[in-house]
Write a protein that binds this ligand. Structure first.
Ligand SMILES: [Zn+2]
Length: 410
């Protein structure tokens, strides 16, 4: 009896321990590269809503990670800006009225202009103004972008570049591109002129395809990166604007998936961009879904590591790796400066596409047409009565005397 019990216990113990050991061994395999950084970042900073303590903690976390990579205080700067104007109607305790950008300057050997690579680190986890308590971790939007930036920072450490490189983690994007607008507004014109390209990364882990966008049409920088990616990143199809709204506040009268990001702050200042995002532009009612099998993740409770990685882990890894490699190989290749030299020529003119101007001009034209039609209609009426007779200057009708018509004799 006793032996039987011991054997049973042994079998039971093995049965309990063995799968756990295997599972533990699997779980212990550390995720590396950008995906590993994504896991770390969102697990430590699940809630990063602009103006909350969580956003501030995420900023500290990013700075510490950059220091782990060997960067020092001399390389890193933090830029504080007000978000007060964006917080109207916001309730919540412990909110501050500021947010921050974290900027890393990667020293270069020779300076042939400047490249800015950016991604926002805040999320819409627990917000106000429509973003009420989503509960998500902002993995797709935009933990993936942060992870790509961090991995790039790690790769660029001690690489000899021939242009200045600044890597910027923007705050308060979800409130309306506030961090990037603040960053751009602080640049002098000569610095703006000096920027060869701004590269933005936003929503790259949950998407059937990777896209690189420069403008609503052909741009040399988008074509360049698409080629460097070896087919991983596609250029935005020329016939696909993915319009999903009308805008009267931006520099264009329409609003598309490719405009709703920090890259727009730079384009508005005449700085060419390459914007990496993922999604599926061939389905969905507005020509865009994030993912054919897993749409509607961003800004929801499903934007978590658990939810997305359960369904899509391999793609998360391949997407982030593709963005890191495409950007790294693209900007370090010999042909880079030549490829982006004329990128400014392809920026769509802001004035004529501005919603307000377009509307005003349309109204003036319509008013003019109205005035013309009024007089022309008057003329037409006259012609219809008079036929084709040339009656100009002649008095055709004379007012009859009342007597002639309405005289009733009794
Ligand atoms: Zn975003």
């Amino acid at each position: 009896m006793k032996t039987k019990k011991t054997v049973l216990c042994f079998i039971l113990a093995v049965a309990l321990i063995l799968p756990n050991t295997v599972f533990a061994a699997e779980a212990a395999t550390p995720s590396t590269g950008a995906y590993g950084l994504l896991e770390e970042f969102v697990t430590d900073n699940p809630s990063r809503t602009a103006g909350t303590a969580g956003e501030g903690a995420a900023a500290d976390w990013i700075e510490n990670k950059l220091k782990e990579f060997g960067y020092t205080d001399d390389d890193i700067s933090r830029q504080t800006f007000s978000i007060e104007n964006y917080l109207s109607g916001v309730s919540g305790s412990g909110l501050t009225t500021t947010s921050e950008n974290i900027s890393l300057s990667v020293p270069s050997a020779v300076s042939n202009g400047k490249v800015v690579i950016g991604a926002h680190y805040d999320n819409a986890s627990s917000l106000y103004n429509g973003y009420s308590a989503t509960g998500g971790q902002g993995v797709s939007d935009n933990g993936g972008g942060v992870a790509v930036l961090l991995e790039l920072a790690r790769k660029f450490k001690d690489v000899s570049l021939d242009f200045d490189l600044e890597i910027v983690f923007f705050g308060a994007e979800e409130l309306g591109l506030v961090g990037s607008r603040h960053y751009v507004s602080g640049l002098t014109q000569s610095v703006k002129d000096d920027i060869l390209l701004m590269i933005n990364i936003d929503v790259v882990v949950n998407g059937d395809y990777l896209y690189v966008w420069g403008e609503d049409g052909y741009t040399p920088q988008a074509a360049y990166f698409a080629e460097i990616s070896g087919g991983s990143a596609r250029v935005l199809p020329a016939n696909k604007r993915a319009v999903y709204g009308v805008s009267v506040t931006g520099s264009r009268p329409y609003y598309t998936v490719a405009h709703a990001a920090d890259s727009m702050s730079f384009l508005d200042a005449g700085i060419p961009v390459a914007f990496f995002f993922s999604g599926n532009l061939s389905s969905g009612s507005f020509g865009y879904v994030e993912n054919d099998g897993m749409d509607g993740v961003m800004h929801t409770e499903n934007d978590t590591l658990e939810y997305i990685s359960e369904r899509y882990r391999d793609k998360m890894i391949s997407n982030t790796d593709a963005v890191v490699n495409t950007i790294y190989n693209g900007v370090t290749a010999d042909g880079f400066v030549a490829a982006v030299e004329n990128a400014r020529d392809y920026i769509t003119g802001g004035f004529w596409l501005n919603g307000v101007y377009a509307m005003a001009i349309t109204l003036v034209i319509m008013a003019g047409l109205g005035v013309w039609a009024y007089f022309y209609y008057g003329k037409l009426k006259k012609r219809a009565i008079l036929g084709t007779a040339d009656v100009r200057g002649e008095r055709v009708f004379t007012r009859p005397d009342d007597d002639d018509i309405f005289t009733f004799r009794s």
